[in-house]
Design a protein around this ligand. Structure first.
Ligand SMILES: [Zn+2]
Ligand SMILES: [Zn+2]
Length: 328
């Protein structure tokens, strides 16, 4: 194993006896569950962040939407709007957040944010980023672009996704019930299937290389997984709900931001809580779903409750044990 890989891998006291990748058994937590302020599945950050995002979108639409949309419709042919627009929205949204997080990870700027690091002893390096970069670009271009064509055909088949009339907050509210349902069902069961021993090593293990994930690792995964778990559940919602393409772009921005945030490794104030998925990367067999309802239903919800202080203690103890083993 290369040095970069070994730094990423699981720091578990039992690692020598038990390969956490092969048998999917829970990693025992000797510190036990700890109650803290991280308990609620929906926190103020979830409400605040998405309200600001959605509020900004509809405010801009209210003031500039008509002029912007009639200009777009008059200037570009339909396939260019759907394919080009969807590609630009996805790329700009992804790299905007990932660049900010790279500055935070690699230059530790702003330093004060590091008090919110979820796994504070695992410090991201350039190797973590360069390792993810090529896989991410391959997924975006070789999987994302063909999926965009498929999406275009499906949207066209369902009806005109580019009406002159602009969508409203009410449209989003109604349609997002369908989006969230399809995302939760598609991602949960797809993801759980990939944890089956038959598929895990060949497909999903790649995504689990980052046991303390970083933002860019949101789509560091096998191309099949990228299509099956990331793109299909995300894009099927707007197809089923016959959404306006502007709602599709907003939904992509919301879902993608959420995926990056879930992997960013920091529980920042006024941002949605990434603890559930971060914990999935740490222990492998909890919190499979993006919303949490199916995890609750199937009894696979994991502790979101470890305090930073307890985590520091646990990781320090793990490290001390490893060092002691090396001395033996
Ligand atoms: Zn993940
Ligand atoms: Zn997984």
């Amino acid at each position: 194993m290369s040095k970069a890989n070994s730094e990423l891998k699981h720091e578990d006291p039992d690692q020598d006896q038990q390969d956490p990748y092969s048998d999917q058994k829970p990693v025992e937590d000797e510190w036990g569950p700890v109650v803290s302020h991280h308990k609620a599945p929906f926190e103020i950050g979830d409400v605040f962040f998405y309200s600001v995002l959605i509020g900004t979108f509809f405010t801009l639409l209210h003031f500039y939407g008509e002029r912007f949309w009639s200009h777009i419709l008059a200037t570009y042919p339909k396939p260019v709007i759907i394919l080009g627009g969807t590609f630009i929205v996805s790329e700009v949204g992804f790299w905007f957040w990932v660049s900010l997080l790279a500055v935070l990870d690699l230059y530790q700027f702003p330093k004060s944010f590091w008090r919110y690091k979820i796994q504070p002893l695992k410090v991201p390096t350039w190797e973590w980023y360069t390792k993810a970069l090529w896989v991410v670009l391959q997924n975006q271009f070789l999987v994302g672009v063909p999926t965009g064509f498929l999406l275009y055909k499906l949207l066209e088949w369902r009806g005109n996704p580019m009406g002159m009339e602009l969508p409203t907050v009410w449209d989003l509210a109604k349609q997002s019930i369908g989006f969230l349902f399809i995302e939760e069902v598609g991602f949960y069961y797809g993801h759980r299937l990939l944890h089956h021993p038959k598929f895990y090593k060949r497909i999903h293990k790649q995504h689990h290389l980052y046991t303390a994930p970083i933002g860019i690792a949101a789509i560091y995964c096998h191309p099949l997984e990228h299509f099956m778990c990331n793109l299909a559940p995300l894009l099927l919602g707007p197809v089923v709900m016959k959404s306006h393409v502007l709602i599709l772009w907003l939904w992509i921005t919301i879902a993608q931001t959420n995926a990056i945030n879930s992997h960013c490794g920091f529980h920042l104030p006024l941002f949605p809580s990434p603890l559930a998925h971060d914990y999935h990367h740490e222990v492998f067999n909890k919190n499979y779903g993006p919303v949490g309802v199916l995890d609750w239903l199937h009894g696979t919800s994991g502790s979101r409750e470890l305090t930073l202080e307890k985590k520091k203690q646990r990781e320090a103890a793990t490290r001390a044990k490893k060092d002691a083993k090396k001395l033996d």
